[in-house]
Ligand binder design. Structure first.
Ligand SMILES: [Fe+2]
Length: 262
């Protein structure tokens, strides 16, 4: 059935019913034995991006947060499953840069890296939630700055930097108490040499999830197409990160991250 339908048109009046449908039945579609891994990944990715778009439009809605947790569970299941399923899901994580697809791609990469370094299932769930929500604070910043085509002024950059703390506060507001999840959100722009923000933490003082999210976030940002610059190819991006960002990123984690693409 899925393979025979290329597009589905939903009238505005029935959009909320459709949203309920895909949130309810995503599991059974994704786990169906009659669907190829590539088709599975496409369904999972497309529905996850829709759910994230809803979430970023109304981040303080608890129902949207429950959907985020469900998607994280689906991705953890896929990543922990078999190697070629992961490759199939990673191949979906390309294209233009949007905050909601950025969060989804960062989650996919973070869970691959987390699996590669041997995190437990519970830790992967925490890491996945943290990665999904790491840029939630950007919804509180003027969209003219977030979507600006080109280099930010010093003043605009100071404004963008606030998203780490805003994200932490918003996550607490929707009921997240887990310190590991919160740390990934607030510290994902810290740098190993202490020049990051908001606290200027150094080396292992930066919590593990934040070091993972930082690598995956930079990788996705530089491999995504923007209106003002082309996307880097995977090899060039990894080379840049390994050689020119070595003072900023955890070198052991970078080496593990590179292994994912072999
Ligand atoms: Fe960020």
């Amino acid at each position: 059935m899925l393979q025979e339908v290329e597009a589905l048109y939903v009238i505005d009046a029935e959009h909320s019913e459709y949203k309920k449908y895909y949130k309810t039945y995503l599991d059974s579609i994704v786990k169906s034995k009659n669907v190829s891994f590539e088709a599975e990944s496409k369904v999972l990715y497309k529905n996850a991006s829709k759910i994230l778009l809803d979430f970023f439009e109304n981040p303080e809605n608890m129902t949207n947060y429950d959907s985020i947790k469900k998607i994280v569970g689906d991705i953890v299941g896929t990543v922990a499953d078999e190697h070629f399923r992961v490759k199939s899901l990673m191949s979906e994580a390309t294209g233009e840069y949007y905050v909601h697809t950025h969060s989804l791609n960062v989650t996919i990469y973070s869970l691959c890296l987390g699996t590669c370094i041997g995190l437990s299932k519970d830790e992967l769930h925490e890491l996945g939630e943290s990665a999904m929500l790491h840029d939630i604070g950007k919804s509180k910043i003027d969209s003219a700055i977030i979507d600006k085509n080109g280099k930010l002024t010093k003043k605009e950059f100071e404004e963008v930097k606030k998203h780490a703390l805003f994200g932490y506060e918003m996550a607490k507001k929707i009921g997240i108490k887990n310190e590991n999840i919160l740390a990934g959100i607030i510290y994902h722009h810290e740098k190993i040499d202490g020049t990051g923000y908001p606290c200027g933490l150094k080396e292992e003082h930066i919590p593990l999830y934040a070091r993972i999210i930082s690598i995956c976030s930079i990788f996705n940002a530089i491999t995504s197409k923007r209106t003002y610059r082309d996307a880097l190819l995977t090899f060039d991006a990894l080379k840049l990160m390994k050689l020119q960002m070595k003072d900023y990123l955890d070198s052991k984690l970078i080496n593990k991250f590179i292994e994912i693409f072999k």
